[in-house]
Design a protein around this ligand. Structure first.
Ligand code: ALA
Length: 449
């Protein structure tokens, strides 16, 4: 184990697939139905447009900073360059929470989908191994097992992980294609009336919920050190994945609310359920397999992002040195992968995560706000910084990015804010007692000229 660099092997198509891998998951396969039934009605397709705008402004900011600053630390590294160590630590700490909780949450959803699928094949897992002690079980075994399997894959190498990701992304895209090709022949326009059953406010609340569906493109910016020509390929990867996913979301949302009454969609697997309702059990089964595939790649890429941010923080001395170690042959940060995998598996196996999942949104929105603000600040502080990709219409786009993310943040529940604040206070304590003393990040990542 040494401190060598990571291996530069990812191409633009790899990144687009990694982006789709991280983005399309529980959001579209689960939340579309829940948000349509309880918040927005058929206007859920518009909710996707609104949430997509907020995510898009941030994606442009990520693309600019990933191409100009680089590093594997994503928003942590950008905050370091723009605002210094304190803010960088806070946002890095925030990202560790966001990524760990999102992977654990998705693992629990994955376990539920797997169990449903096994039941259709008449295989029953003991219920005590399917839920946490807080929900009457012992632990969630499938959720823990999938995390440990993904940990092994990540240890093997980034190219191997990326190949696996590409294969599985095809399965989930095939599932979506099956849904679209069946659903488009069964649209009944009367289901779209009224389009706004819960008013404009409902549509905006739906947008705050389905914002989750866009989370994930930010993980691509942690792959800069492993990307060939990152100044060109990272913006292509981020924007390419975002455009494809946004189009898919709007089409799926329109079709889903056009083939069944929106009020019936509050189920765990609304997309598969709608096909079952139309009388296509085979297609419904394939969509369920696609959803499991989708959740797998979301976990893989988010988990990957977590390890790279932790690596960047450890290289700066803010986390223990052990986590900066890279395996000489595999060129992967094995100690970081194993320890974070263990923590994630424990959370996924033992925690009741329904409410904690909202922490993911607040953590992400905080990071997105800071990244948009960071582009503005860096354009002012370092006007000559080499920017291979420049977000258009600055300062309008980053300002819109900041305000749209803050707007969604203030609409999150108070309890989520409290949990977030507690986590950040823990971060301050850790920084004062460890990071501040061990930091050796006396450098700037800024390349002028
Ligand atoms: N965007 C990811 C999902 O929808 C987090 O599962």
């Amino acid at each position: 184990m040494d401190e060598r660099s990571l291996q530069r092997c990812l191409t633009a198509p790899d990144l687009v697939f990694m982006g789709i891998g991280a983005i399309i998951g529980a959001g579209v396969f689960v939340m579309t139905g829940v948000a349509a039934a309880t918040k927005a009605g058929p206007a859920i397709s518009l909710s996707y447009v609104v949430a997509g705008c907020a995510a898009f402004f941030s994606a442009l900011a990520y693309a600019e900073l990933a191409a100009s600053i680089g590093g594997c630390g994503s928003a942590y590294s950008y905050a370091f360059s723009a605002f210094g160590e304190w803010i960088a630590w806070m946002i890095g700490w925030d990202l560790l929470l966001e990524y760990a909780v999102s992977v654990s949450t998705v693992a629990i959803g994955w376990s539920g989908y797997l169990n449903n699928l096994l039941q259709t094949w008449h295989i029953a897992l003991p219920t005590k191994f399917l839920s946490s002690p807080f929900e009457g079980g012992l632990f969630n075994l499938p959720a823990m097992v999938i995390i440990l399997l993904l940990a092994s894959l990540l240890c093997l190498g980034v190219k191997q992980s990326s190949r696996f990701n590409t294969g599985v992304v095809f399965i989930k895209l095939a599932a979506i294609a099956i849904f679209i090709s069946v659903a488009c022949f069964h649209v009944q326009p009367q289901y779209w009336h009224p389009f706004f059953p819960f008013g404009w406010e409902g549509m905006v609340q739906g947008a705050s919920l389905v914002f989750f569906a866009y989370i994930g493109f930010d993980a691509l910016s942690t792959a800069v050190e492993e990307t060939i020509h990152p100044e060109r390929n990272t913006p292509i990867g981020i924007m390419g994945a975002m455009v494809i996913c946004t189009l898919i979301y709007i089409i799926v949302a329109l079709l889903l609310t056009g083939i069944v009454p929106y009020s019936t969609l509050n189920t765990h697997s609304p997309v598969a359920w709608a096909l079952l309702h139309l009388g296509y059990p085979m297609a419904a089964g394939m969509v369920a397999v696609g959803a499991i595939a989708g959740l797998t790649t979301v976990m893989l890429v988010m988990y990957y992002g977590l390890t790279r941010i932790g690596l960047a923080m450890a290289r700066d001395g803010l986390l223990p040195h052990l986590f900066a170690m890279i395996h000489p042959e595999k060129r992967t940060p094995i100690p970081m992968i194993l320890l974070s995998g263990l923590v994630i598996a424990i959370i996924a196996g033992l925690a009741p995560l329904t409410r904690v999942a909202e922490l993911v949104n607040i953590g992400t929105l905080a990071a997105f706000t800071l990244v948009s603000a960071g582009t503005l600040f860096l354009r002012w502080k370092y006007p000559d910084l080499k920017r291979p990709f420049k977000l258009p219409f600055s300062p309008v786009v980053p300002v819109l990015g900041v305000f749209s993310c803050l707007y969604l943040m203030v609409h999150l529940p108070l309890i989520t804010w409290l949990r977030f604040i507690i986590w950040m206070i823990l971060g301050i304590i850790f920084y004062l007692s460890y990071g501040k003393k061990h930091s050796h990040a006396h450098y700037s990542r800024i390349k002028l000229g």
